[in-house]
Design a protein around this ligand. Structure first.
Ligand code: SAM
Length: 294
């Protein structure tokens, strides 16, 4: 541990919370060591912890030796509990909001509490930490300068295709949360709308024992997930290349191929392009034949 980090180690006797303040505390998405020191201090000192699933959060809190009062705050009691928690905050209580995993409000409850907290001039303090979307994006090997978070696509196919259609021309990298039970259907619908060549990073079980991160063309990804049932288990984030990057990518491969095909046989051209770009050999071969026919 560096000097700098040891200097900011929280003093267990110091105060990390203020009265009447709502803390939005990120918790791990798998590896418990990803909890921050500040999160531990805040959770240990607040008057109330509002948790999405109290039984689930109790395990984390017991592991951390935290005994703060725990209340349930989830989509089915959000309206009633928002009023109750705002009243507690107005009375000077400090509250930490946590979800089952990761950052509260990111595809998790809390929006109503935070917006109404602002309306009521409650101090709102984020205690940042892990978020599956950002964790996946950082390791995706796709453009990170501009991206969108699209949450969970709809469960039914018709609605899902409608959801993807306006995104086909989106130039930014897109991040989706996908249930493992819907992964094949979702990838197939993505292929229908975005095309088989679009690169997608499949990020499964992040920070856990079976963490898997693979970037592939949609067609290859579908075959790979279909061929390995283990890839259809656990929690999954899909990071999808934006339209412009995909077009640039294809244009670059076409440029290499057509330059080489003018001088060399198909087999040798394909071999060199695969070496230069790291692209899938079958895809490059298929494209080489198309260009040759043209
Ligand atoms: N609030 C959380 C966050 O900050 O990431 C997200 C909660 S959302 C209900 C749960 C979804 O997040 C999962 O279905 C999956 O798409 C993604 N997710 C959560 N943990 C993950 C992990 N360890 N690996 C991959 N995806 C994960």
């Amino acid at each position: 541990m560096s000097e700098e980090i040891s200097e900011i180690k929280p003093d267990p006797h110091g105060s990390f919370v203020s009265p009447g303040t709502l803390y939005l505390v990120a918790t791990p998405i798998g590896n418990l060591a990803d909890i921050t020191q500040r999160a531990i201090s805040v959770l240990g000192q607040v008057d109330i912890i509002a948790a999405e699933d109290t039984r689930h959060s109790q395990r984390l809190l017991s592991f951390l030796g935290i005994r703060s009062k725990l209340l349930a705050y989830h989509e089915h009691n959000e309206e009633r509990m928002t009023a109750k928690l705002l009243a507690e905050l107005a009375a000077g209580k400090s509250i930490a909001l946590i979800s089952d995993a990761g950052t509260p409000l990111i595809s998790d409850p809390g929006y109503r509490l935070v917006t109404q907290g602002h309306d009521n001039e409650i101090d709102i303090v984020p205690v940042p930490g892990v978020c599956a979307a950002i964790t996946a994006l950082s390791a995706a090997g796709l453009a990170t300068d501009a991206f969108t978070f699209e949450g969970f696509p709809p469960a039914k196919q018709g609605a899902r295709l409608h959801f993807f259609e306006p995104l086909a021309q989106q130039q930014r990298t897109m991040i989706f949360y996908v249930s493992c039970h819907k992964i094949i259907d979702t990838l197939k619908d993505m292929q229908e709308v975005f095309g088989s060549d679009r690169r997608v990073t499949f990020a499964r079980e992040l920070t856990k024992t079976f963490e898997t991160i693979k970037r592939m063309r949609l067609s290859d990804l579908i075959s790979w997930v279909e061929g390995d049932k283990n890839q259809r288990k656990g929690e999954i984030v899909l990071v999808v290349e934006g339209a412009e990057a995909a077009a640039e990518d294809t244009a670059q491969i076409d440029y290499y191929l057509s330059t080489l095909l003018a001088e060399l046989p198909v087999k040798q051209s394909v071999k060199l392009v695969v070496k230069l770009t790291g692209e899938n050999k079958n895809d490059v071969y298929k494209r080489a034949l198309e260009l040759k026919d043209d």
